[in-house]
Design a protein around this ligand. Structure first.
Ligand code: AMP
Length: 442
């Protein structure tokens, strides 16, 4: 187990780091993303209770990132990992924690042993569920989830009662920090600290402050693991300040972040033509579940309302909805009761709904990383998917820009293609270009 570097320290010694680029061999074979030529989960010598749960959940082969990160993660090493969207990075920290969480004597008071942070409430909820899928035979490795929009008194009841106090707490930085500062959540016995989608958590100043405060409230000696599909050099350096000699696992070429099962198209059109194009796409494409991204909450609500009037089975999702409502929509999508969801970037990252095979960007993402996260909602774990992005020639205002800056969607599209070496083709003839074989799951 590593001692974290002081957060204020700038003199981090990069020489100490073990850098493990993901090996290209044995992957992406015939649309599968498991590390096929490497061994199975049994090679990791996991606890039998965890192995059994992995079997029960139908995981047969580890993915690339699981192969690269799990052995070191289970040994307590700090991990900084970049892995493609939908490639199973959640299981790395879920398995590493379930393997290591300690059983306490029945007479002893149980303490919170691990903290898992992520930027969005639904993602926290999803991660908590992942733990619950795999802790079936490890009754001591209990978990609970904490995020805003829910009464703190409820959280207090769970955390103050030794019988319900979980070993692992999952949550969003704001609520977790509030619970710590109010002495409702005691993290003084924490041995494991995880931050998922860490570039998003550390990029946002208030969230970063919360992450730092939580980190500093935990003991100095602990294992720290951070994950994301995207990260800038700068944020990677920031993340390393939380760690000591981390094992770095990263995709060294941006092009490897491409999702190979995903057919990607764009349509050039005027704003006023979007709605008809959307309806024509929804009518034409034989999708299982579809997510439509807009650039603002108002546009998401207006679009969903319009589609509802046209009898489409649609819901919307954005950050200003009451929390109970948000969770209802998330659950309904997960259970495949909602076929189409219109969402803001709130649903752009991490959300894992395996039947989504069609992503429409009614409004193009505001930057290349967001494009990658959004389209990654289809084609999970190497399965097939289709994405169509609408591109107008309008000047789009940069959100929260004081200087009233604007951008063109076409410029972002070009950046995506340059950075990730993706082929995004213009869609001019649906019948000729779109074939259900391309995007329907096997
Ligand atoms: P993640 O990237 O962690 O969101 O995972 C994407 C999806 O892949 C989730 O539905 C996981 O349950 C699934 N998954 C992760 N690892 C494996 C594996 N080794 N075998 C099969 N499915 C997996």
């Amino acid at each position: 187990m590593a001692k974290p570097a002081d957060l204020a320290m700038d003199d981090f010694n990069e020489e100490d780091n073990t850098v493990v680029p993901i090996q290209p061999t044995g992957i992406n074979v015939a649309g599968t993303h498991v590390a096929g030529t490497l061994g199975g989960f049994k090679d990791f010598c996991l606890k039998k209770e965890l192995s059994r749960a992995i079997d029960d959940n139908g995981f047969e082969q580890p993915s690339e990132v699981q192969h690269q990160a799990l052995p070191q993660a289970m040994l307590g090493k700090d991990i900084l990992a970049q892995a493609k969207s939908g490639m199973g990075k959640t299981a790395v920290f879920v398995f590493a924690l379930l393997e290591q969480i300690e059983k306490v004597a029945e007479s002893a008071k149980p303490n919170v042993q691990a903290v898992v942070l992520v930027h969005a409430r639904e993602l926290a909820y999803q991660i908590d569920h992942e733990f619950k899928r795999f802790n079936k035979y490890l009754p001591h490795a209990t978990t609970a989830v904490f995020y805003g929009g829910v009464s703190e008194d409820e959280n207090k009841k769970v955390l103050k009662n030794p019988a319900t106090r979980p070993a692992i707490v999952v949550g969003t930085p704001g609520r977790m920090n509030a619970l710590i500062q109010k002495k409702i959540l005691d993290v003084s016995h924490v041995k494991w600290f995880v931050c998922d989608e860490f570039d998003r958590c550390l990029d946002d100043a208030p969230m970063r402050r919360d992450v730092q405060q939580i980190f500093l409230a935990t003991p100095r000696t602990k294992q720290c693991m951070m994950f994301s599909a995207t990260m800038t050099e700068e944020l990677r350096a920031t993340a390393k300040k939380f760690m000591n000699a981390p094992q770095e696992i990263y995709v060294d070429q941006q092009s490897k972040l491409t999702l190979h099962g995903l057919a990607q198209y764009y349509v050039k059109l005027e704003e006023k033509a979007k709605i008809n194009e959307l309806i024509s796409l929804l009518d034409f494409v034989e999708f299982n579940q579809c997510i439509i991204f807009t650039r603002s909450r108002d546009r998401a609500v207006a679009l969903a309302t319009h589609l509802k009037k046209q009898q489409f089975p649609v819901e919307f999702m954005h950050s200003k909805m009451p929390q109970a409502e948000r969770l209802k929509v998330y659950e309904s999508c997960k259970k495949n009761n909602t076929r189409i969801v219109v969402a803001t970037d709130l649903f752009g990252r991490g959300i894992d709904i395996d039947r989504i095979n069609f992503v429409i960007q009614y409004d193009m993402a505001g930057d290349a990383d967001s494009y990658l996260h959004r389209v990654g909602r289809a084609g999970r774990f190497g399965t097939k998917g289709l994405t169509v992005t609408m591109i107008t020639d309008e000047d789009i205002p940069v959100p929260r820009s004081e200087t009233k800056e604007t951008y063109k969607e076409g410029t972002i599209l070009q950046q995506v293609q340059d950075r990730f070496e993706m082929k995004i083709s213009e869609l001019t003839d649906k019948k000729g270009q779109l074939d259900a074989q391309q995007y329907m799951k096997q």
